[in-house]
Design a protein around this ligand. Structure first.
Ligand code: NCD
Length: 318
């Protein structure tokens, strides 16, 4: 694998292979010494043009556990026009000898530009671009579902027949888009539930079912319900009447939690607006996977870096 840009690029076999490698990596994380020598001598640059806590830390931990050198570069609030600043930064990274660049950028398509521009020779991983895609989040979500639904010994398994309901601000969510591609590739059925104002205009072009009523979606008894964060920072208009109204109509509150089957997994990519899209009780319930998603994120990103960089070494050695 040269780059990891989109969940749409994965075949079912490639996705299952990455999840299986992530299982091996998670075994490393439960050891006392959580480190493998695999990427010794490789340099991974975290290039973050947008705020992030868990994703940046997760990639940093993943690279360090594989013994790579890590350089963190955050470039929030740059006043240089986006194309120019990305090119200038890329050339600096090339000069520093980056082997992989993990990029988060507010502009959809920025990782693709970086990978195909010829500015750098490094492998590029998309860590979230605008409202477009966040493929490693979808991979860690799939990994979390596979583990919870099929158990830890689930190597080789996909998500056939699993029903996943994704609720909330789909319009601004790269997580909803990447999950739509990856989960359906793995055999799951995905439903987006949102107010009409928070769905993409071309929603029917996606491999998902669409619904507008959270209570109907709960009555349909999905295997997984994934709540999305309201992306206030991407909203320039009023997309719903008020925060209270949103929580009442679209939030997973205590009363809706009580109506969910006890086997239904409750997921959220974080960061959560507790009391808005998800209640504290739902976030902290036994069926919530929020903390597991964070832990699994490190294993999945170790697998991604391994596939990008360990393969590269073998090719160069040949
Ligand atoms: C997501 C993101 O940045 O797209 N968060 C994350 O990566 N953990 C979702 C979000 O910000 O709501």
């Amino acid at each position: 694998m040269k780059h990891l840009l989109s969940a749409k690029d994965f075949t079912r076999a490639a996705a299952v292979e990455l999840l299986d490698i992530a299982e091996d990596m998670s075994g490393v994380q439960s050891r006392e010494v959580k480190k493998l020598p695999t990427l010794r001598g490789k340099t991974v640059v975290n290039l973050f043009f947008e705020d992030s806590t868990r994703t940046r830390i997760s990639f940093e931990a993943a690279a360090k556990r594989l013994s790579a050198d890590v350089i963190n570069f955050s470039a929030t609030g740059s006043s240089v026009s986006k194309g120019e600043s990305l090119k200038d930064t890329a050339q600096t990274l090339q000069a520093m000898g980056a082997d992989a660049v993990v990029i988060r950028h507010p502009a959809s398509g920025a990782p693709f530009t970086l990978a195909t521009s010829g500015w750098i020779s490094a492998g590029v991983i998309n860590a979230g671009d605008g409202t477009h895609e966040h493929p490693t989040q979808a991979l860690l979500d799939a990994f979390t579902m596979r583990r919870r639904l099929h158990g830890a010994g689930s190597r080789g398994a996909a998500l056939d027949g699993v029903t996943v309901t994704i609720v909330g601000d789909v319009l601004h969510s790269r997580v909803a888009r990447s999950n739509a591609w990856l989960l359906t590739t793995l055999g799951a059925t995905v439903t987006w539930i949102a107010p009409p104002t928070l769905l993409p205009v071309d929603a029917s072009a996606w491999p998902v079912e669409i619904g507008y009523d959270l209570d109907d979606a709960i009555a349909a008894d999905p295997d997984v319900i994934m709540m999305l964060r309201i992306q206030g920072e991407r909203m320039r208009d009023a997309f719903f009447p008020s925060v209270r109204e949103y929580a009442r109509t679209w939030g997973l509150d205590d009363e809706r939690l009580a109506r969910l089957d006890e086997k239904t997994l409750v997921m959220h990519p974080g960061p959560m607006n507790r009391g808005l899209e998800i209640s504290a009780a739902a976030a902290d319930s036994v069926q919530s996977t929020v903390r597991e998603q964070v832990a699994n994120g490190v294993s999945v990103r170790m697998a991604a870096l391994y596939l990008l960089l360990a393969g590269q070494t073998e090719e160069n050695d040949r």
